[in-house]
Each structure stands twice: as structure tokens, then as C-alpha cells.
Design a protein around this ligand. Sequence first.
Ligand code: ADP
Ligand code: ADP
Ligand code: ZN
Length: 217
Amino acid sequence: MNIILLGPPGAGKGTQASRLEADRGMVQLSTGDMLRAAVKAGTPVGLKAKAVMEAGELVSDEIVSGIIDDRLGGLSADQGTIFDGYPRTAPQAESLDTILDAHGRKLDHVIELSVDEDALVERITGRFSCANCGANYHDKFKLPAVEGTCDVCGHHEFKRRPDDNEETVRTRMAEYRAKTAPILPLYEARGIVSRVDGMADIEHVTAAIEAILDGKG
Ligand code: ADP
Ligand code: ADP
Ligand code: ZN
């Protein structure tokens, strides 16, 4: 199974993708995570992407489609995929069709997480993650069970993304409205779009997505 989680910054794509990865053995493909790894490692892709990401703008279609193609090449045929943060533009959606085809895969579901914009700013400015394993947390909605200790790996250091500030979030939302939301009709025409209320609790959102994947949505 191959699915896309679509939604504006802070909608819960990453949170839900990691839960599906843990529950179902599917592989999370987050272009944001891959780009941040490239920036950290100082690769040529990272050098190109850094300033664009910090401004909240979109990295070029060629770069992100290239990294997705590479990553799919490393998976075995029986591993399902969750696209998190890709595709984000019409050309990326077109490339994804070609790439999936080349890897003998097809798209089963596009799941749109709908959320209201004020909530997004609150979610993003409160977001932090484990500096060791990347597990995701929130100042208000998802604190570690023991304060200052990662639930997953026990590490004590956490980090925040440089682009998770209110000003950049507004730019990222504008990019979503202008370039990403317009790809939905393409998938609607294929009858593969489902909408999930992303304002519900994290567990409820997961349950709604699982129901769709199990054909009970
Ligand atoms: P969020 O999940 O908060 O929306 P991401 O981690 O997906 O953020 O993306 C962070 C940044 O990385 C984006 O603002 C953009 O600069 C870049 N990026 C990630 N995925 C893509 C993509 N598919 N196309 C272009 N840029 C991307
Ligand atoms: P995205 O990948 O779409 O940008 P994230 O999954 O990183 O979004 O979620 C953004 C922040 O909001 C994180 O700190 C996460 O813990 C929190 N969050 C995610 N889903 C929910 C939810 N349903 N209710 C409340 N907070 C949430
Ligand atoms: Zn951790």
C-alpha cells in the first residue's frame, strides 16, 4: 500500500506517519526530514536547500522528486509507503506518478488532514523533538511522560526547528494554499481522496486513518 498524507504545516502528517510506521510496518517518506538530514550533513542538496527552508519557501521540484526516487529504489516491493510532505506542487504530483510506476507501485489513498489555521500556528510554535531519535513532542499537546526524558529512547536533549516560528509558518501556509492545495482535485478525480478531521486527538486521527486503510472509512 502507498499513501499520501496531505495537509498544511502542523496538520499532524509527521505524527501520524510515525504512528502508522510503528503500527503497520509501512515506511515514512518525509521530504522535510530528508532535506533536514542533507542540511545537517552539508551535502550539495543540503547547501541548496538550507536558506529556502529557513524562509519557509519550497525547495525545487527536481531536488525533492530526485530524493524520493532514490529512496524508493532502496525499498523492497512488499514495504508500504507513507508520503509525508510530498508531493507539494503539481509538477511533484506528476513526477510521483512516474516514479511510482517505475518502481511498480500504485497510489492507494490520499488522506487530507483538515485543521484550522489558528491551531496550526499554536501547534508549530510548540513543536519540539528528541535530539537523539527524532520523536515528536508538543509543549501543550504531547509532552514526554517523564519531564525532560524522551519516551522512546530516554535521551534528555530536545531540539526545535529554525523554521518553526510564527512568521515562517505564515509563509509556509501561504505556500500550501497556493501550490499544494491545488493538487487535491487531481486525486479527487481518481476517487482516492479521504478527509480526516485533524483537529481530533492524535489517537482519534490515527484510528480514522487506520479505518480508511482497512477499507472501513
Ligand atoms: P511541515 O511538516 O511542518 O509542513 P516539512 O518538514 O514537511 O514541514 O518541510 C519543511 C520544509 O522543507 C518546507 O517548508 C520546505 O522548505 C521543504 N520541503 C519539504 N518537503 C518539500 C517538498 N515536497 N517540496 C518542496 N519543499 C519541501
Ligand atoms: P506536520 O508534520 O503536518 O507538520 P506534526 O505531526 O509535526 O505536523 O505536528 C505538529 C505539532 O502538533 C507536533 O508538536 C505534534 O506533537 C502536534 N500534534 C500533531 N497532531 C496533533 C493533534 N491531533 N492534536 C494536537 N496536537 C497535535
Ligand atoms: Zn528519543
